[in-house]
Design a binder for this molecule. Sequence first.
Ligand SMILES: Nc1ncnc2c1ncn2[C@@H]1O[C@H](COP(=O)(O)OP(=O)(O)OP(=O)(O)O)[C@@H](O)[C@H]1O
Length: 601
Amino acid sequence: MGEPALRSLWKEYGSAAEFKKAVHLLKPYVLCYKKEYLFLLILLLGDIFFTILFAWFFGTVTDAAVHGDFYKMKWLAAIGGILIASSIASNFLYTYLETIAINSVKRDLNLQLYRHMLVLPKSSLSINHSGDLVSHFTNDLHQIDSVIGSGLLNLLRFPLISLTVFLYLLNMNWVMTVSILILTPAAAAGGAFFGLKIRNNSREINKSITRILKHLNETFQGMDVIRAFTLERVFYQKYKNENNTLYDWELKEAKWRGWFNAGGEALGSAAFLGCLLMGSFFVARGNLTIGSLFTFISLISHLVSPMTGLAAQWAGYQRSLISLERISLILEKPSESQDLPSYQPASSNGISIQLNDLSFTYDNHSKVLRNLNAVIPSNSTVAIVGPSGAGKSTLSQLLMGFYKPHTGDILFNEKPINAYTPAELRNLIAYVPQESFLFSGTIRENLKLARPDSSDEEMIQACIDAYIHQVIMQFPNGYDTEIGERGIKVSGGQRQRIAIARAILRGAPILLLDEATSALDNESEHQVKRVLKQAKQKRTLLIIAHRLTTIRHADLVIVMDKGEIIQMGKHTDLVQRKGLYQTLYAKDEISFESAAGVKHG
Ligand SMILES: Nc1ncnc2c1ncn2[C@@H]1O[C@H](COP(=O)(O)OP(=O)(O)OP(=O)(O)O)[C@@H](O)[C@H]1O
């Protein structure tokens, strides 16, 4: 590492800003368990008391043995028994309470992180890779033990035990005690140096773990492509390289920790040897008993090791701080609502939609939607068509409030959608995405997610309308058939029809279908469209479609190209007019007829 890089890292490390940030983040969670932490603190103070008492006991027993005072040894044995029993009870309680404190804080932080991610705007969430997001839960949350468990209490315990032992030893022999203090700067400097090294390493380790999780995510999601394109060797090699990188960083960290522990031991040994030599001198001169020397030696480690211990703790904090920094970056992002949205039955009144000079950009550079103006009356069927990349799906994302318009407005019943809460807005729309996503579980569970209070009759009717009921009834367990992860056990067309049934069951006043019939055969598509046409008295139907032959019945067709609305009207009018719609329709009809010809031929 270059000198300037080291200097800037040191500056960052020494600023304590991150430490303050960590305290700010963790404080509310830790305070929820203040009773447990208070009790732990009392046990820690008890531990200091036991440490001194054991050292005193050790020295007193030695002196009694040297003087052959068996009467004293008898009651010392009884005290020893009480001390050991109390120490065992205190250790057990400490371990138990620490586990409660650590796991409670971690559980609460975990839930808050998950909750926050659920209500983050799509624009904030989509800049992170899903592997990155998962790594906050699988890696970062497990790295914070050292700042919420003993590590936190040691910040108090180490200085306290050092001070108590120092005063006790000072009282016993001030020359030896003061002499040992010359080791303090070495312990502190060692801790600071290794902490800096470990901190830098932790950052790289976290990055490496995140890359591995990303790679795993993509491997399992893209397994079919990997197999079809024989990419197994390429993926294996990439995974191996990532793991080797992680191994190298972990090894580096182990080396630093190894050196650090060895350094701590060396300091401890130096203190022990120094005390033994000086102590022997004082014993020989009759200024110290052998028992007192033993007491001194057994306590000296508690004077030196808290110094190295505090430094080690500080070094250990670095890994936790890096993880906390990553978690707080997510928690700091503003959410789109305070409450978790949930299903609320929407009013059955129709919803009119108005686009007012609507423009949008994903990256603040190139506009994906430009000055869109349109009025969609309530309970009408509107088709949005146009070539690939025209901006149709982007418009649907804006209608659901996943992204905010750059300029202009969208009005539902003449009220800007910004005036609705995300939950209100999304309860107005039933959405069928381009790629239907089903959750693992049964078909019934997937359907009832859309409207938990729906009856079985309503669920079955939605499936009849989506032309999927007969198919479901042929499955061995009917509606209770498990459909596997992401609905992998049903065909693409079946998945799409279950997704349409789910949206119909939701009963929202707007039904938004984004290429939702692309995987259906002609017969299924015809049936679904027939039912949707019947249902239009009850809802506004927005259909984004590629196959224009299927949207002839729409009340309004909006033709988009390069982010603009270039034509608008009824199919019968548009098909007569020269323009993009006519061209697209002619092409579509040819391909439809030739497909039918191939089928029948
Ligand atoms: N999340 C995104 N971030 C950045 N650009 C995007 C994002 N999603 C889409 N785009 C860009 O916005 C433009 C419009 O895409 P959009 O998906 O809305 O088109 P579309 O008309 O629905 O196309 P298709 O019919 O192929 O689905 C494209 O140029 C695309 O590259």
